[in-house]
Design a protein around this ligand. Sequence first.
Ligand code: CP3
Length: 348
Amino acid sequence: MQATQEPPLVRAARKERVERTPVWFMRQAGRVLPEYRQIRTSHSLLDICRQADLAATVTLQPVERFDVDAAIIFADIITPLLGVGLKVDIVEKVGPVLDEPIRSRADLARLRCLEPEQDLPAMLEALRLVRNALPDEKALIGFAGAPFTLATYLIEGGPSKNYTTTKSLMYSQPDFWHELMTRLSDMIAAYLLAQASAGAQVLQLFDSWVGWLSQRDYCEYVFPYTARIIKAAQTSGVPVIHFATGAGALNGAIMQAAPDVVGLDWRVPLDESWAALGDVAVQGNLDPAVLLAPADVVRDQTRDVMRRAAGRPGHIFNLGHGFLPQTPLDSIFQVIECVREWNGSVGS
Ligand code: CP3
């Protein structure tokens, strides 16, 4: 047993009853904060990731500004790919771009094993710095991009609309696909375990683009890898959140992969989805675009999410995807205040 109680967000992820609904936001570090943009005037995103003190500062900024219940380590889904020496750039307002995509078995030689302590010392040091600086009641979240989402960037060479190159390779070269997914899964599992050792108390797997697959293809081409990664990450004792966008049709399969928490996007009603999922914690699921609406709409829709969660143990409040870059800070404060008022009004 630990001397101090785990943070409410970690306990909620374990479906324990907590004093108040924990709240944090995907993409809370960077993106919307002026203090982040200030640092970005003199440092690139990847510079920040390479300097542990800067990465720690940016990770802590949203906790200081919004008093959210968790910090998410500042990194990107491409961080482990950079760790193994792949040439990936992050292009402003575009996203990750590779000049030399991975599309054949020969290309796979460029995807060597990740040795987290040697390959990503700054990121692991940033986790340690943040954990030391965070109050005990705030959770530190580590994360990784899931193999399908990473594979789309590796194969397409950058962001894509329909993932057609990815899908056609998946169908036409299954050996290549399974070898790629195996290598990525080993990488991600090692990466998540290293983050837990360095102080992450919750781990989130982001499968941002897997909702573009049919249920059948998800089960054949992705599910075994997701399940394997989650199982490996859970050996750390840390709860694992699985988040995917547009994946309502995949929720049954995602449950089979046995994450501790299922992240719901905004398309699905939280109450109905939770009932269908069954015995698991859920995270979500306000539409990020609602934060661009007038305050009364923001408050109304935040309360609607809380009403649907109905105080059941195991709800972590979040958006249904990350903050949009143009989100006004005022809306973020409104959402947090509303979640906390709701908790106050229904008691605990
Ligand atoms: O709270 C946080 O934002 C923590 C750090 C974080 C970043 N990326 C830093 C970042 C996290 C959790 C991510 C995850 C990520 N990155 C995902 C999965 C989540 C999701 O949104 O679905 C994906 C698909 C990426 C890939 C990526 N990185 C894209 C598509 C972009 C460009 C678009 C944009 O502006 O977000 C990035 C760049 C990036 N990664 C930024 C940040 C703060 C913004 C640009 C910058 O500061 O230069």
